[in-house]
Design a protein. Sequence first.
Length: 602
Amino acid sequence: MQIQVGNSPFNQEQAELINQLLATLTDSQKIWLSGFFSGSISRDSGTTAVSNKKQPTVTIKEEITILYGSQTGNAQGLSKKAQEELEKNGFKVTVAAMNDFKPNQLKKINQLLIIVSTHGEGDPPDNAIIFHEFLHGKRAPKLENLHYSVLALGDSSYEFFCQVGKEFDRKLEELGATRIYPRFDCDLDYDEPAEQWLEGVIKSLKDSNPAGEPQALKLLSTAPTVSTFSRSNPFKAEVLENLNLNGKGSNKETHHLELSLEGSGLTYKPGDSLGIIPENDPALVDSLLNVLKWGADETVTINKQGEILSLKEALTSHYEITVITKPLLQKVQELLQHPDLDELLEARNETAFRDYIEGRDLLDLIEDFGTWGHSAQEFVSVLRKIPPRLYSIASSYEANPDEVHLTVGTVRYTAHGKNRKGVCSTFCAERISIGDKIPVYIQSNDNFRLPDDPSTPIIMVGPGTGVAPFRAFMQEREEQGASGKSWMFFGDQHFMTDFLYQTEWNQWLNNEVLTKMSVAFSRDGSEKIYVQHRMKEHSKELYSWLEEGAFLYICGDEKNMAKDVHEALIEIIEKEGNVSRTLAEEYLSKLQQQRRYQRDVY
């Protein structure tokens, strides 16, 4: 949509400037501007003079409850930030993980904020499962006195984008609750929309509060600067080591990275993740530039702060170019108006759409439908920011002060006749060397933690790169001198080439830091053997460990391994506990409630 001089109050120069700006704005930025101008007009139209006299502090007595459902820690971190901002504005705030909240207390709450991510194929995070089931079950109460708002986190490259947040939002409305403020659905680059959502929530709460003049809003972005490094202010960590862990002849390439955190002030706990902000493959960027109308040196503005990069730099380090999503295609179609793309986006063609986007990238899209936009700026305006990649930390800070270790499986595959590469994994494998510095931050994950009592037994299931956090667990337990038993289930393709950290596991077995290790190498025999098969072989002993109070951890692939292991656990409990499947499922559910069954799956 373009502003015309003839039907607007602007002159030619103003209209051209506004049209140039509009072409660069996202939908959320346009919404923010709409609210900003509305508020500005309201304030400017008042007749009361501004006084230098200090305004009295407004105390809002109603309590706000924030419930979060988080798998990797993003929703939990946003909940803490929301608590800080709400308390600055006079509210009393209680924050809790959904699995720590008693659902029957819902009727006693008047103001509720839900911050929740969507995991896997539209599933709730592990710590949100029970609350989600309760709210969608027959025991859910009527909630006519509840006022709420939902912040949903997701990834638009998945079919069920922000599905769990949408379900909570819809169900609360069905139960009679009233929205404080509309739901916001956030993609991987969630910082700005989360700020806008919280601003709207606070304003709505204050507008409905008769106590007096509201305080000026303080957004997350205007909070006092914290001197630590973070997702929005990553630390440049020096690469100390970069080794391929797999032996010669392996089908896999798994890199062990060691990075220096010296001077950062960053620390972490076993179970936390490290975020890496990668760069795109230079060869793919060059291929893109070859088919675009604009030169590599053409400049574009990449954010609202006005930062300017060359088109090549922007495509290399700022924009995502390897994933196609429905929101992206919809924005491209607004500019292209291509009949074939229009057909692909029809609701009735969902299967064809899914088949098309699977394994294709931005270059494929341009080759199939052409270049969009009248300028390089308009071209990049539809792209989303390249998301950080999270990796489970493979070291203990106590054992390796000012260092962090990672286990990164290199992703390479063929799709639609082209060789493809994982963005961050090949960035680590091919393009960073010892001495290089890469932007990183710590992602805390309180949903994957060792027991507080080091005498508690632990069972760890981590095939492939899922071994990473358990290396951290063992280093930590060794530093603690932990007396609790420990049992590791590890699996991969071949014993000779794919036994990651084999020497270290043998050392821990020898010094009794590790009590027992069960391994499964799927390609070494005539039949494929996986970790779940080893678990069933040891079902009686495994069940006895659980009965003794052991904590059970799973890390790795969610689509296959984690589901197979979960099913194996149900069968083991059913068999060894001599109970029905229903009771076995309840047993596992209780372990999750007690935080004795924890998963770090992806």
